[in-house]
Design a protein around this ligand. Structure first.
Ligand code: TNX
Length: 505
């Protein structure tokens, strides 16, 4: 049965209406105009699939239609929406396409789960309960991270991930594009190239690499890279689903693939060998080589050029073989170079100890919160919360899980650990927190199915933590809703972990 009680993430305000339910009729249309037409098309495609109805797009609505309305005067934040369902029709209102996109995800969940069938379902009534929902997110940034460096995911695979994550109103996808084992983004040969570096080698050599872990299936990760054109296409696809892509070039550690591709980055001028080990913290750029900064400026410049969103992530984690002074000197300069491109710089929390441009975003994952809090700005919120014990989607569910890592202390790491925490912790306030992100490192992940199994259902917990206020969150109720969502995930073909303490529908 479909009800208003099963929505994930849970909306801010839900009011049942004194009206019979809405039944989608074969003659219904989707009414919209202007910049909501693409979204109306997406909704139409989804509903057409299972219902077999024509659902044409029109400009003016009449009773029985689904209307998507962009109203500049709508009173709510950028991503807020109002959804009103009565027997006379469905009206979704927001001030931006992003708000409408969020409302469409809610509407999708108000339909019976058969709406997720991949082909025309049995002849049945497509009933939506009469309700008014006013909803907006707690945090502006609601992200997942895919490590495509250890194990490459193709553009198609990443698009599939976007399709699944966006139904939970995630709006940010961080791509970890470079690491010791691989370099996944094309960097073109620049005209101005004082040191004569061969940037094409980054993908010719670095793109061929991948991690190798004996227990993974198969042991060796996939290799490959995105051309700049593919990266642009991927971002366009993401943007149509309200997702901004945050590309990361990890610096000054996690750089062996670059050191193997470009000999001049090494103090002895000799290229390193590519490596497949999953060990971390053993490679570094050299703070005293001028070519280090020339290289980083060129790479970040091209990356900024091909990036649609406002953020560039420059890593900064686990530079365990970089002297501390050298680390601070490099991260300060890399952060400056990143912001010279006009983008907002993001880094893992270690970099909070360096001098950073105003507005720099700190992604907290591990250790003391102090430096992160020191860099936190209210007004322009600058903290992304990814505390490992509550957000790391690479961790094994339990010690006998076939895939996943197990270095984070504590656990087990089930949907509950990812649900039962508050991002506003250690003195951090909501106004300083841009949002939250769940990273999926891929040392042991070899394809989308394995990725999905680690992601779901835990990422769904994170989606609700990111969207719903603490006051409407409740673990027992969430567990019930999660169980009810099972059949939707199954119909979508998502390979999720059937958490044993959840009653799956
Ligand atoms: C630490 S978390 C890393 C990654 C690894 C992960 C799991 C973080 C910022 N860095 O390089 O993939 O542990 O091994």
């Amino acid at each position: 049965m479909n009800t208003t009680d099963n929505l994930i993430p849970r909306p801010s305000h839900v009011a049942l209406q004194d009206s019979p339910a809405f039944t989608l009729s074969p003659a219904a249309r989707i009414a919209t105009s202007g910049s909501a037409v693409e979204l109306a098309g997406q909704l139409g495609a989804l509903l057409r699939n299972a219902t077999g109805y024509a659902l044409p797009l029109v400009e003016e609505s009449r009773p029985g239609d689904i209307a998507l309305e962009l109203a500049a005067a709508f009173d709510g934040g950028r991503e807020a929406y109002a959804l009103k369902v009565t027997d006379a029709g469905v009206r979704l209102t927001a001030s931006t396409p992003a708000g409408l996109f969020n409302g469409v995800q809610t509407l999708r969940q108000l339909f019976p789960s058969a709406i997720e069938e991949s082909g025309p379902a049995e002849n049945r009534a497509w009933v939506v309960p009469a309700v008014e929902i006013l909803d907006e997110p707690r945090f502006a940034y609601r992200g997942l991270m895919l490590d495509v460096a250890r194990n490459f995911l193709t553009v198609e695979e990443v698009k599939e991930q976007i399709d699944v994550m966006t139904q939970f109103k995630f709006n940010a996808l961080h791509l970890h594009l470079t690491d010791d084992q691989g370099w996944r983004i094309e960097i073109r040969q620049p005209e101005h190239n004082p040191s004569g570096l061969d940037y094409g080698q980054l993908t010719a050599v670095g793109g061929q690499g991948a991690v190798e872990v004996a227990t993974a299936v198969p042991p060796r990760g996939a290799s490959g890279f995105y051309t700049q054109q593919e990266f642009r296409d991927l971002q366009a696809y993401a943007a149509a689903k309200n997702v901004v892509v945050i590309p990361e070039i990890d610096l000054p550690g996690h750089v062996n693939a670059a050191l193997a591709a470009i000999p001049q980055l090494n103090p002895d001028g000799a290229a390193k060998a590519m490596s497949t080990t999953a060990d971390v913290g053993w490679s570094t750029l050299d703070a005293s080589l001028p070519v280090t900064y020339e290289f980083v400026a060129e790479v970040l410049g091209q990356l900024a050029e091909m990036t649609v969103g406002p953020y560039l992530h420059i890593g900064g984690d686990e530079a365990l073989v970089t002297g501390h002074g050298n680390y601070l000197q490099m991260m300060q300069e890399f952060a400056r170079l990143a912001s010279l491109t006009g983008k907002t710089v993001v880094g893992w929390n270690e970099y909070a100890e360096a001098e950073l441009p105003t507005g720099a975003v700190v992604q907290y994952w591990f250790g003391e919160l102090d430096a992160t809090i020191q860099k936190a700005e209210a007004g322009a919120p600058t903290v992304i919360m990814s505390p490992a014990a509550n957000t790391y989607l690479d961790q094994k569910y339990s010690p006998d899980s076939p895939i996943g890592l197990e270095w984070v202390k504590g656990g087990p790491f089930t949907w509950a650990e990812y649900y039962n925490w508050d991002p506003a912790q250690g003195g951090l306030k909501d106004q300083q927190i841009l949002g939250i992100e769940g990273p999926l490192w891929t040392e042991t992940v070899r394809n989308n199915q394995q990725a999905q199994w680690l992601l779901y259902p835990r990422a769904i917990s994170l989606a609700e933590v990111a969207w719903s206020g603490q006051e409407v969150r409740n673990a027992g109720d969430f567990r019930r809703r999660l169980g009810a969502f099972g059949e939707r995930l199954a119909k979508q073909g998502v390979a999720f972990q059937e958490a044993p303490d959840v009653e799956w529908s």
